[in-house]
Design a protein around this ligand. Structure first.
Ligand SMILES: *Cc1c(COP(=O)(O)O)cnc(C)c1O
Length: 463
């Protein structure tokens, strides 16, 4: 599956192991703006900087590993989504990608809404002052307590995921004397992943209610009968790391088909359609993500066309990007601990973190890039695998990449595009203490999530 067959620096010209690597960049010191946050560059000494601060200084102050987040970049991306979708559509940031109180405040200030999918995410959102009516509550098995808290708080919508939940939410709303706005999540038989999508995918997954065999229509039928529920629309989320809009075309076609059936059967035109998230980002220079304005235009055209065909009023569209907003805004800063060349294979570079701060490589076979951050180097490229310090041979951060051949212990390296699903999926494996998230903006850095301490770990262990 090697994408490009010309990876040779002289050091590895003869024998190259199989892998996903692409040829080394002409200049290993260059930082491809596609995969790095907007304000990242190098200073006169060659040290990587973000928001005007050198990573050497950040490492000294906050230690490594650390997630370094470019706040200006986050705000730019959030605003770009907001602007692209305008006032006729809503953008819900998917909090599961990365959520903290600072993030909630940035979203609030930039005019975005917020998706949560657990009581913990809801508590974070509310404690940072996100107005409840701008929160959507997701999940395939919300507990009765979570449902009650969400209804009581007055969240703008609950996305219903099963027949049981239709009844539970209606019951919670009625007993609180409320009418809860809800969407019904359907599975449309489209599975999108990276560069392909499958239009005839089985609805063989835990999320949503299948459109096939009339189940989704039956869910709408039941929900419309319940006094506690205000059915505002239909929800569909087709996958992750999507680059190709054709999956959304099929999804919109099928969702609009349901809207039409609902209109024909009940005389009700549901007002909203949520097309979910899943838009891809560049993890390596090979990825070419679309800009928010292109995505907004494409989705709006697709839905409008489908609705005209079905003689329906065009519903209000909402989308739920998580990765596409936060993913590119952060990189993980590590210190190199050991460098172990394996003759004819590759060089293993061990860093002071690993699968506890980035599980995506082990879990999804994800690809990342990496750069020497504390200096530049003119040494020839060497093929490396960046690995962590955990007791597990699958503990890989970057499977295959090129770094300068003079890389040595004590160097700082940075892995870009780790803003999404890294801190939020971080674990304490091997009793690792989870790294901090440091937000940098206009020459100032501040910790928005502090580093965990051994004391934190021991506090949970009550003996
Ligand atoms: C995960 C998820 C998202 C966000 O996905 P990204 O790939 O981060 O954009 C949006 N909506 C729902 C329902 C999800 O489950």
């Amino acid at each position: 599956m090697s994408r490009s067959a010309h990876p040779a620096g002289p050091r590895h010209a003869d024998v190259l192991p199989e892998g996903h690597y692409t040829a080394p960049a002409d200049d290993l010191n260059a930082l491809d703006p596609k995969v790095w946050a907007h304000t990242v560059g190098r200073d006169a000494d060659g040290v990587v900087t973000v928001g005007g601060i050198a990573v050497t200084q950040l490492a000294e102050e906050y230690g490594t590993p650390a997630y370094i987040l470019d706040e200006a970049d986050f705000r730019d991306r959030a605003r770009a989504w907001r602007t692209a979708f305008g006032t006729d559509a809503d953008v819900f940031y998917a909090g599961k990608a990365f959520l903290s109180r600072a993030v909630v405040r940035w979203l609030d200030e930039e005019g975005l809404n917020l998706d949560v999918c657990s009581g913990g995410e809801l508590a974070t959102a509310l404690s940072a002052g996100m107005p409840a009516e701008r929160i959507a509550f997701h999940g395939n098995n919300k507990s009765p307590e979570e449902i009650e808290r969400a209804v009581r708080a007055g969240v703008g919508r609950i996305v219903l995921d099963s027949f049981q939940e239709i009844v539970r939410v209606a019951h919670a709303a009625e007993s609180l004397g409320k009418r809860q706005r809800v969407q019904i999540r359907v599975t449309v038989g489209v599975e999108a992943h990276t560069h392909e999508f499958i239009a005839t995918a089985h609805e063989d997954q835990k999320f949503g209610i299948p459109l096939a065999d009339g189940q989704a229509a039956e869910a709408v039928r039941r929900a419309l009968q319940l006094d506690g529920l205000d059915v505002i629309g239909i929800h569909s989320h087709i996958g992750s790391q999507i680059f190709d809009m054709s999956g959304f075309e099929v999804a919109a076609h099928r969702v609009v088909g349901l809207l039409k059936d609902v209109r024909d059967e009940h005389g009700v035109e549901l007002a909203e359609i949520d097309l979910g998230g899943g838009l891809g980002i560049a993890y390596t220079s090979d990825d070419d993500p679309r800009e928010p304005h292109e995505i907004a235009k494409a989705l709006s055209e697709i839905v409008t066309r489908e609705c005209e065909g079905a003689r329906l009023r065009t519903p209000r569209i909402s989308v739920e990007p998580g990765r596409a907003i936060v993913g590119p805004t952060a990189f993980t800063l590590y210190e190199v601990g050991t460098v172990k060349p394996l003759e004819g294979l590759r060089t293993y570079v061990s860093v002071d973190g690993g699968m506890s701060d980035n599980i995506r490589t082990a879990l999804y076979d994800a690809e990342y890039s990496v750069a020497l951050a504390s200096r530049t180097s003119d040494a020839e490229p060497m093929l490396v695998r960046v690995v962590g310090k955990h007791c597990e041979s699958g503990d890989i951060v970057v499977k295959d990449a090129f770094l300068p051949g003079d890389l040595a212990p004590g160097d700082l390296i940075a892995v870009p595009a780790t803003g999404a699903y890294c801190r939020s999926m971080a674990s304490n494996y091997n009793h690792a203490t989870r790294p901090p998230v440091v937000a940098v903006r206009d020459g100032a850095a501040r910790v928005i999530v502090r580093r965990e301490t051994e004391e934190d770990l021991l506090r949970l262990d009550v003996g």
